[in-house]
Design a protein around this ligand. Structure first.
Ligand SMILES: C[S@@+](CC[C@H](N)C(=O)[O-])C[C@H]1O[C@@H](n2cnc3c(N)ncnc32)[C@H](O)[C@@H]1O
Length: 283
């Protein structure tokens, strides 16, 4: 949990913990600080947002990006439930506590798919808090590069009913072929009316972007080398694949969602896209 891509889940959780303590937060996650406190190697991460320098590459800019992403995807998932969907699947769930913190309608089931060690760590912390989920929560330990649909249906996912899928902060770490396999696999489990939201980078980043302060500071101060963790090589056009499978897709940049989050020179978020999709019946 404390190393590699699992540590990125702690980084995102800490961003949510900080956001929870800001005035007018975009999201409040009372569980996030407990995950970070329980993990080794995070004791010097700042707890008080008022002491963080404006423009700090990690705890202002990167954390601000994660906070905005959390808010946008909270709204997206709750909108899917307002439209009647009662099955929610968090792919690469990490330390996402949405099952515990969002006001799900009665009858909602939330599946959390991630690697076994991440889900074990998460469960230990939640058990220690005696935290009760606000939906029927079902952790599914699985490697998303291998067969994960079997374990998901074995724990009750019903492919005849719509699903709201989320891949937040996941596909950047998956090889291109695994991303495409994941898209076609989830399509096979998606009844008409299903939704999907995911985050991608449109292309590998230029050397000037790769040397941006966000990446450098995350590496030197936190020991998290995001660039080394991102899957190398060209990215697939998953939106085109989904369109061919009968989904409509909408692509937005993070900057489209908030005037407060502005592009900067050599911006590490310039290639990021948040894509939302809905599956329609074939005509
Ligand atoms: C950056 S974290 C994001 C976690 C969560 N979605 C969030 O936004 O808070 C990426 C997560 O993807 C998970 N992950 C990456 N590759 C995976 C794989 N092949 N199989 C299962 N989970 C994976 C990691 O364990 C980690 O929890």
């Amino acid at each position: 949990m404390g190393t590699g891509v699992g540590r990125t889940a702690l980084l995102v959780a800490h961003a949510r913990a900080l956001e929870s303590r800001r005035p007018r937060p975009l999201a409040v996650d009372p569980f996030a600080e407990h995950f970070v406190r329980a993990a080794p190697g995070c004791a010097d991460w700042p707890r008080d947002p008022s002491r963080i320098a404006p423009g700090d590459p990690v705890w202002d800019r990167l954390a601000g990006y994660f906070a905005l992403r959390t808010r946008v995807l909270d709204v997206h998932l709750l909108s899917a439930t307002l439209a009647g969907t009662r099955q929610v699947v968090l792919l690469g769930a990490g330390l996402d506590a949405r099952a515990h913190r969002l006001p799900w309608p009665a009858g909602t089931t939330v599946w959390e798919v991630d690697r076994p060690e991440v889900l074990r760590f998460k469960q230990d912390v939640l058990d220690g808090l005696a935290a009760a989920p606000r939906a029927d929560r079902r952790p599914v330990p699985a490697d998303l590069r291998a067969d994960w649909t079997g374990p998901l249906t074995a724990t009750g996912l019903d492919p005849t009913r719509p699903v709201a899928w989320l891949a937040e902060g996941l596909l950047l770490y998956l090889p291109a072929a695994a991303e495409l396999r994941l898209a076609t696999a989830l399509n096979a489990l998606s009844a008409p009316g299903s939704t999907l939201a995911y985050e991608v980078k449109t292309a590998p980043e230029s050397p000037s972007v790769r040397s941006s302060p966000v990446y450098a500071a995350t590496r030197t101060r936190l020991g998290i080398d995001l660039l080394a963790l991102f899957a190398p090589g060209p990215r697939p056009d998953t939106a085109a694949t989904l369109t061919g499978l009968g989904w409509t897709t909408t692509t937005r940049t993070p900057f489209d969602h908030s005037p407060a989050f502005r592009p900067e020179p050599h911006d590490p978020f310039a290639a990021n896209r948040w894509i939302t999709c809905t599956k329609h019946p074939h005509v």
